[in-house]
Design a protein around this ligand. Sequence first.
Ligand code: F6P
Length: 490
Amino acid sequence: MSTPTPAAPPRPDRPGCPGRPERPDLVVVANRLPVRQVPGDGGSTWERSPGGLVSALESVVRTSSMSWVGWSGAADDPEHPALTSFEQDGIRLHPVPVTDDERQGSYDGFSNGTLWPLFHDAIFVPQFHEHWWEAYRSVNRRFAERTARVAPHGAAVWIHDYQLMLVPRLLRELRPDLRIGFFLHIPFPAQELYLRLPWRAALTDGLLGADVVGFQTTVGADNFRLVTRRLLGARVEGRDVVRAGRRTHVGTYPVGIDADRVRRIASDPATVARAAAIRAELGSPRTVLLGVDRLDYTKGIEVRLRAYRGLLEAGRVDPATTVFVQIAQPSRDEAPGYAETRASVEQMAGSINGDFSALGGAAVKYLHQGQDLAELVALYRAADVMVVTPFRDGMNLVAKEYVAAQVDLDGVLILSEFAGAAHQMRQAVLVNPFDVRGLEDAIDEAVNGDRRQHRRRMASLVRGVHRDDAASWAEHFLGDLRPTPTAASA
Ligand code: F6P
């Protein structure tokens, strides 16, 4: 944890102004700032948020100066100290205020009650409310205005994710000098789903304000090109989309992790000791199965517990020698569908324990708590099998972290076909998460199958997560956003 640099000296908050010898040349715009406020003795301080985008951009921070526009996560009022720009770990941070009403309408509502379920194949029924849309528009406008004020002349601006899909167009209108990129971390759905959205044309036009729009998979990129043609009459030229004389490059950039960092943590003797301690705390079972997810209805937590239950009922797995550890990180408590999902996961974990646990140990260890990366990596090392079964997922970085932690190649990864990661991680045990019997067989195979074959597959997966890591993802996207004379690629 570190203390924030005291309020920065008054610094011109306008573009292209020579306030610092070295201007930030990349502006990241994301819903959240890469820090969170923690209460301390002498008032609150900021600390780096675990994981996520900021780790992915670590390599960029090292090689160029960077600033970041985002929401602090708190309900802000104009007097909130978070609204002052400040510096943390070499990144200049520019908080965007979001009031409690706006959070409800834009974050819980339009982002997580409309777009999130719609873009995840409507697994949970998306809701369409005019007032949510209005809140989303006004929050997107505030992000665009804040970015327009702080971006240096000619800077590259990289906007992230579904909470900010209108920002590229709004920002271009305010600052035509900028290079603007947008990356969608979640899936872009099939036309039939996207076309349900009453504000579909405005949202599509919002993205076409960018010079580069990136997706996790080629399927997402193809879906997007199709809707630009259908809704806005855009022309598709190869991978690019051309509309009203402006060209937007539409590319595929599967996001990676900082695999070296995970491997370093995994190889640390303290992690090895912690992994051994975890197994001992679990009662030294023969087999540890692991799930790690945000508690979200897209993640398929219930289906994996149902499969585990099926194996216990059929006697294919012995509860005396097996434990399923499920980490469910608290998430979006106030967005539609999340409380129900929590209730059903907890009911299922409780009923498995009621039916199959012994006094000495539980068949399922369920933790509704966030864990830091060091503890997660120790869990990855302690687990024999990682079960990643989302019904739909943009990528799923947990699957990649698990693989990067397998320094001894001992673990087995079970992975949903419907996670973006499955497009790259073909050597995992791939499953259809809607097929409970198939999932039972996959768990059985992971636990009892040919160890040598599983090790070979893991070795290939490990090579992949190191090759296609976060740094190469960022370099690929930014290379296309700041094109050299040799044009953009995909
Ligand atoms: O996967 C999409 C995403 O929005 C990530 O960008 C983010 O890290 C994660 O979900 C958590 O979401 P939230 O910011 O809503 O807690």
